[in-house]
Design a protein around this ligand. Structure first.
Ligand code: PAN
Ligand code: ZN
Length: 189
């Protein structure tokens, strides 16, 4: 006989658009924690440093670094901008570079930026019900281009890890700015 199958410990609440249950790790990224990420650093520096740009709830059923497991996360990006650049996630490559990931849109609107190792960029529109495959060896970041919270879920391998250094140092090759109310990709200079 197989070991007893237990009920899931977590669920996704369609009321709050958040993960619920035990063992969920919550982190938030504020304007103060995102120094050097947005183009206009002087605009960022004079904003309220406690302003929350995004939150992540993660369900990690196995220890980070375990191979063969999966992690699940809900990211909520608030609407807003630093000067003309939309609020966005820090962005990263996976530490084990070839690890891929699924993203899927729950609420709100945004753009997923994917950057290959040669710094070429591909974008996909995130919205309710959209599904996105982020291939391995690809940096990924999401910007909220709407007026409401952007909520998306993600599932990635438990041994993937996150390499934030490469993006902190070299950024993405393109930025997403609000040009008279419309998202526009501009080359990062
Ligand atoms: C996501 C991201 C999440 C926050 O769960 O970690 O959206 O973005 P940053 O990690 O770039 O701050 C994911 O891609 N996990 O691998
Ligand atoms: Zn990732």
């Amino acid at each position: 006989m197989n070991a007893a199958i237990t009920n899931p410990l977590i669920y996704f609440s369609s009321e709050t658009m958040q993960l619920k249950g035990s063992g969920i790790v919550y982190t938030e990224k504020t304007i103060g924690q995102l120094a050097g990420i947005f183009h206009d650093e002087s605009a960022r520096a004079v904003m309220n440093q406690d302003t929350v740009v995004y939150t992540v709830q993660a369900y990690l059923p196995v220890k980070p670094g375990t191979d063969g497991g999966l992690f699940l996360g809900t990211t909520t990006i608030y609407p807003g901008a630093v000067h003309d650049e939309y609020f966005m996630t820090h962005g990263h490559f996976h530490e084990i570079r070839n690890r891929g990931e699924f993203y899927w849109g729950i609420q709100g609107e945004g753009l997923l930026l994917m950057m290959a190792a040669d710094r070429s960029i591909q974008t996909e529109h995130i919205h309710t019900g959209s599904i996105h495959y982020v291939p391995g060896n690809t940096a990924h970041r999401v910007a909220n281009t709407g007026n409401d919270q952007l909520v998306f879920n993600a599932c990635w391998p438990s041994d993937a890890g996150h390499d934030y250094k490469e993006i902190s140092t070299n950024g993405f090759s393109f930025r997403l700015v609000n040009n008279n109310g419309l998202p526009q990709l501009i080359k990062n200079t």
